[in-house]
Write a protein that binds this ligand. Structure first.
Ligand SMILES: Nc1ncnc2c1ncn2[C@@H]1O[C@H](COP(=O)(O)OP(=O)(O)OP(=O)(O)O)[C@@H](O)[C@H]1O
Length: 246
């Protein structure tokens, strides 16, 4: 049985910039009170660090992202993001916190089909004045820079996003997550629809841009071959417990 009680400090160098992005301890959550809870190991992640989270289907990866996103609250344990205990915030405050500080990339991208590519990327800046203030020099200029860096042809910027290929839409979703420099990026299987070349390129671009913005990335995938690109990795087991892989 893995040890889920000891503290795992995932910071590469505790003497440098220890602005804490994420800290969880004794975290457990139960969807069905008749079943044993999903338990998570203690994790500390500092600003700009990235974490690869893997594990078999049903091991609790998406549930952890929902906890980190404040969509659900832990049954036990503590979860602190950027020094804020999410359980102390009201539902509305958690929504605001998410809009201000998190970028999310889902398997299905969740782009708004009737908006243009540029408007999709700028959406977080419409929803959050904090993100808007950090999108420099302007939200539009930043969106254009991100789309250029992520290889989205300029000819598509002012057209509906649905005209893009799957791989391009995935990169637009990444641009949207990065806009306004959120401190945390949550990515749930964002490369599942890509071939291996596009997948590798996508991860390289995502991590490169996140590093520039000092965003921490929590990246969920079944694909163990991707793990080496990340600072840290955690493996979840199918048995409602997790163990540190490295
Ligand atoms: N909304 C929900 N309601 C009830 N049970 C849920 C819900 N979401 C997840 N679960 C249960 O919680 C457990 C963990 O599910 P979760 O989706 O977090 O795993 P996962 O590792 O992300 O799986 P996958 O790789 O298949 O996406 C599973 O037993 C699942 O049935």
């Amino acid at each position: 049985m893995p040890d889920t009680t000891s503290k795992t400090d995932l910071s590469a160098d505790s003497s440098a910039i220890p602005r804490q992005a994420l800290s969880i301890s004794n975290l457990a959550f139960c969807w069905d009170k008749t079943q044993p809870p999903l338990r998570y190991p203690d994790i500390t992640l500092h600003a700009g660090e990235h974490l690869f989270l893997r594990g078999p289907s049903g091991s609790g990866k998406s549930t952890l992202l929902s906890l980190l996103g404040g969509l659900i609250l832990p049954d036990t344990g503590k979860l602190s993001l950027l020094g804020t205990d999410l359980a102390r915030l009201s539902g509305g405050q958690r929504d605001r916190f998410r809009a201000d500080h998190m970028g999310v990339i889902f398997q299905q991208f969740n782009l708004v089909p009737y908006l243009t590519t540029l408007d999709n990327v700028m959406l977080p800046c419409r929803l959050s004045p904090k993100r808007r203030a950090r999108a420099l020099p302007t939200p539009e200029n930043e969106a254009e820079s991100l789309l250029t860096a992520l290889d989205i042809p300029q000819s598509h910027w002012h057209r509906r996003v649905t005209g893009l290929s799957v791989g391009q839409q995935q990169r637009v979703a990444a641009a949207r997550a990065l806009t306004g420099g959120p401190e945390l990026i949550l990515a749930d299987e964002p490369t599942s629809a890509l071939d291996s070349d596009n997948r590798d390129r996508f991860i390289e671009l995502l991590l490169g841009l996140a590093e520039k913005k000092q965003s921490s990335v929590i990246f969920v995938s079944h694909d163990q071959s991707l793990a080496e690109r990340f600072n840290h990795q955690i493996a979840l087991t199918a048995l409602d417990t997790l163990e540190r892989a490295q």
